[in-house]
Ligand binder design. Structure first.
Ligand code: NAD
Length: 255
């Protein structure tokens, strides 16, 4: 009997990562869910929900900007669930600030998580998948602002452009091992991250209405819009797709 496939999702305690982990469990994966320590309560409730689906689940706290913690996260996934078939490097941070007020500290923090963290998740997952010898899927979190820069997000946008480059570069090198690497590029999706922007601009409803006006489908995005795509990218159906960063934004045009 074939073994149940295993997915690992970072930033799974809330928002988009939570929806992805739950969806992959619904799809039949055993799931490792990871987040930083301060989001452990989010992991605990998700563990119970995934167990109710009859899937195996392991929760691992790890800071993706720390190399040994990523190594430990992948090691525990394999020890407890047997293998790693799908890596979703979803964890990310954002700063909503004018370029002229963005500090080197802001830049470094964003690049430590979005840049280095994604690079290390891709690399350690790829090493594990190559050792297993039967391919795999690596999926990253880019952003609409990793394709088309927007005001107030210079460091964040730059880090997401980096993820798009990393996704292409790794797809080219990992194809020979049967590993496909793709990323999702969400527009505005209702999660704690986007609500934080709402709080900074002071009018969440106005921000939402502005985004809805820009989207031909005429509604605001929800985490399940992203998990639907990740479900496909994690499946065998996506085998001929690699190196792509796919926009999911209600129809706003970008490359
Ligand atoms: P969120 O802020 O709601 O969740 C992000 C998750 O990442 C949290 O669980 C957080 O604890 C985790 N995280 C942050 N730093 C971490 C670290 N150092 N180590 C481990 N985990 C860490 O954000 P979200 O909206 O769910 O976003 C998920 C991903 O999608 C992010 O990469 C984000 O940049 C991207 N994205 C989101 C939107 C949106 O509109 N929500 C749009 C484009 C891209």
């Amino acid at each position: 009997m074939p073994k149940t496939r295993v997915a690992l999702v970072t930033g799974a305690g809330t928002g988009i990562g939570r929806a992805i982990a739950f969806r992959l469990a619904q799809d039949g994966f055993n799931v490792a869910i990871s987040d930083q320590l301060c989001n452990e309560p989010g992991l605990t409730t998700l563990v119970a929900e995934i167990r109710e689906l009859g899937r195996k689940v392991v929760a691992v706290t790890a800071d993706v900007s720390v190399e040994v913690e990523i190594q430990g996260m992948i090691q525990r996934t394999v020890e407890e669930l047997g293998q790693l078939d799908v890596m979703v490097a979803n964890a990310g941070v954002m700063r909503f600030k004018p370029f002229l007020e963005t500090t080197s500290d802001d830049w470094q923090k964003i690049f430590a998580v979005n840049g280095l963290g994604t690079f290390l998740c891709y690399q350690y997952a790829a090493k594990q998948m190559i050792a297993q010898g039967h391919g795999g899927k690596i999926i990253g979190a880019c952003s609409g602002s990793g394709k088309q820069a927007e005001p107030m997000m210079s460091a964040y946008s730059s880090s997401k452009f980096a993820i798009r480059g990393l996704t292409q570069a790794t797809a080219v090198e990992l194809g020979q091992y049967g590993i496909q690497v793709n990323a999702y590029a969400p527009g505005a999706i209702e999660t704690p991250m986007i609500r934080e922007i709402g709080e900074i601009v002071g009018d969440w409803e106005a921000l939402k209405a502005q985004e809805v006006r820009k989207a031909p489908v005429g509604r605001f995005g929800i985490p399940e819009d992203i998990s639907n795509l990740v479900s496909f990218l994690a499946s065998d159906q996506s085998e001929f797709i690699t190196g792509q960063t796919i926009p999911i934004n209600g129809g706003r045009l970008c490359d």
